[in-house]
Design a protein around this ligand. Structure first.
Ligand code: NAG
Ligand code: NAG
Ligand code: NAG
Length: 242
């Protein structure tokens, strides 16, 4: 009887811990503010679209898009901002619908960023020019004790589009579609951007994030099948290609 009670108490405690664990404890919603996260928190970051040069100060130092010296927010700079708040350590596929947004008309490059004092930003990634658009990306968010340290684009050296004639391999790293194949550009492909996220490193309780290992083991594009809202557009058309 006592053992049963103890087991029951343990079960209730476990449920409580799991419940608490599943709650968001991060109250920082601004991409240009610092936060320290734990597993299951939401984490806000931004992706800025602009020309490659506009992410550099004095043509030499790459700064965070949050840095006012870049002046990305000013209307004279041709840029666009997308904000996301994924759940930490959950594999997520972000999508940016390009039916009304042509990345090439905003400079064609993107930088992922978050934080102020502990500002982190990715290198600029080529998205599109008038000839080509890259639609599939993997972004790794690397944390140390819950603080974002680094953001980087993980590339597969065009492994996912090798031998597929609908794609071109740009600079030996990006699978690109000809813009003339895109909807609203004379073609039939939905050229929306898909950004697969992976979390690596540790949270503020030093717990190790696992989603990175999972993504490493997944073939690129395999996640698209899990997202029913993208199924009809992305998956079916990619199935035709792959
Ligand atoms: C900008 O670059 C020029 C030439 O590279 C250099 O002389 C100048 O000191 C730099 N200005 C700042 C504010 O870093
Ligand atoms: C993008 O938006 C268009 C128009 O609203 C829609 O038809 C299309 O399915 C969307 N694509 C994705 C990938 O959500
Ligand atoms: C678009 O980018 C590709 C890859 O960098 C390049 O080969 C091509 O010349 C560019 N096209 C235009 C019109 O800038």
């Amino acid at each position: 009887m006592a053992a049963k009670m103890a087991a029951l108490v343990m079960l209730i405690l476990t449920l409580l811990v799991v419940r608490l664990d599943a709650e968001n404890t991060n109250s920082v919603y601004h991409p240009c503010a610092d936060s320290k996260i734990q597993r299951s928190d939401g984490f806000t970051f931004g992706i800025a679209f602009s020309s490659k040069d506009s992410f550099f100060y004095n043509q030499s130092h790459q700064l965070s898009p949050c840095d006012t010296r870049l002046g990305l927010a000013s209307s004279s700079k041709n840029s666009q901002l997308a904000l996301f708040r994924p759940k930490v350590d959950e594999i997520s596929l972000l999508s940016i619908n390009t039916s009304n947004f042509f990345p090439d008309s905003y400079g064609g490059y993107m930088v992922a960023f978050a934080g102020r004092k502990y500002a982190a930003r990715s290198l600029p990634a080529f998205v599109a020019n008038s000839s080509y658009i890259v639609t599939s990306f993997t972004l790794v968010l690397e944390f140390k004790k819950g603080r974002l340290q680094n953001l980087y684009w993980k590339r597969d050296g065009c492994a996912s589009c090798k031998g597929k004639s609908s794609f071109a391999c740009l600079n030996k790293q990006d699978c690109a579609i000809r813009t003339t194949s895109c909807k609203n550009r004379g073609g039939s492909v939905d050229c929306s951007l898909g950004i697969q996220l992976a979390f690596s490193g540790t949270d503020k309780h030093l717990r190790v994030f696992n989603s990175w290992y999972e993504v490493e083991n997944l073939r690129q594009y395999s996640l698209y099948g899990l997202y029913s809202n993208l199924k009809d557009s992305l998956t079916s058309q990619y199935n035709k290609f792959f």
